[in-house]
Design a protein around this ligand. Structure first.
Ligand SMILES: [Zn+2]
Length: 296
């Protein structure tokens, strides 16, 4: 009997300690929120991203495997502003997980944490894929800080036992990011006013923070692939204005960007905006790389 009690009490201890150690299951759409969440949550959370760093986040295949991934999630981090509007709603329904539905405690729309840009009356008739404003806000490190703060608060309310650890990790993260921002500012200062053309309007927040100037976009509207005639018009329009760069992500075709570069004298830069693309392994790497590549 005594042995049985000892065995049972040992088993109970194992169960209880595994409950106490169970990491909060965090799922994010884009990997950048996951990278920031991991900086805050450390070993108290486990993180999966639904979007690959090299994938266009507007267009993701709503595969059943992603629904399964969402089924047990305790916190879902989304970009919002319709970035995932074409694929996430179907996954959320298919996940059969009441905790992470829109508006719930387990659903954090990170766009509610930042000051949005390009919010105007939606014009879906023309195929604009930014009807809710521009959703590409995470490359501005000021927003990175706001996102980290929002994630810290939400983790603390979902897992109050580790709230002090989350607060301490946020303090480390914000100190490092603020220190980096001073360095980035110094690098960017001599390049203030650099004129850039973009492929997709995914750079407006970064450009705003960096003090660059937007000279145009290859896509006539967000999500509408450029035609050669539009690019030719753009080349005529910016001729002699000293556009320094044409910037795009690797998941967009480069054919027309190369033509634009050749005819306008701008340099083509294919740059990652999501953690894991290229050589980036952290949120700091993403901004570091953008600043370094665009201040050479
Ligand atoms: Zn977009």
């Amino acid at each position: 009997m005594r042995t049985l009690i000892a065995v049972l009490s040992f088993a109970l201890t194992v169960v209880l300690s595994s409950v106490a150690q169970a990491a909060v299951d965090v799922v994010t759409t884009i990997p950048d929120f996951g990278a920031i969440a991991k900086e805050i949550g450390g070993s108290h959370i486990k993180v999966t991203a639904l979007v690959k760093a090299t994938q266009d986040p507007h267009f993701v295949d709503a595969k059943p495997s992603l629904m399964v991934r969402l089924n047990k999630a305790e916190l879902l981090l989304v970009t919002g502003m319709e970035l995932e509007g074409g694929w996430l709603p179907a996954l959320l329904t298919g996940s059969r997980n009441g905790d992470i539905q829109r508006g719930g405690q387990g659903y954090l729309n990170c766009s509610t944490l930042i000051p949005p840009m390009e919010v105007m009356a939606p014009d879906r008739s023309k195929g604009d894929i930014h009807p809710g404003g521009n959703p590409h806000y995470w490359t501005d490190p000021r927003n990175g800080l706001r996102i980290a703060q929002g994630i810290t608060k939400r983790l603390a309310s979902l897992d109050p036992e580790h709230a002090a650890d989350y607060a301490a990790a946020y303090s480390v993260f914000s100190t490092k990011l603020k220190r980096k921002m001073v360095i980035w500012r110094a690098k960017l200062a001599p390049h203030k006013g650099t004129k850039v053309v973009v492929y997709h309007q995914s750079w407006v927040y970064f450009i705003d923070w960096a003090g660059f100037v937007r000279a145009g976009a290859l896509e006539p509207k967000p999500g509408i692939p450029p035609k050669a005639s539009h690019v030719a018009d753009l080349i005529r329009k910016v001729k002699g204005q000293g556009v320094k760069y044409i910037i795009q992500e690797s998941f967009y075709p480069t054919r027309l960007s190369k033509i634009f570069a050749q005819k306008s004298g701008a340099k083509l830069k294919v740059l990652p905006t999501m953690v894991g693309a290229g050589k980036t392994r952290s949120y700091f790497d993403v901004v570091d790389n953008l600043v370094n590549e665009l201040t050479r």
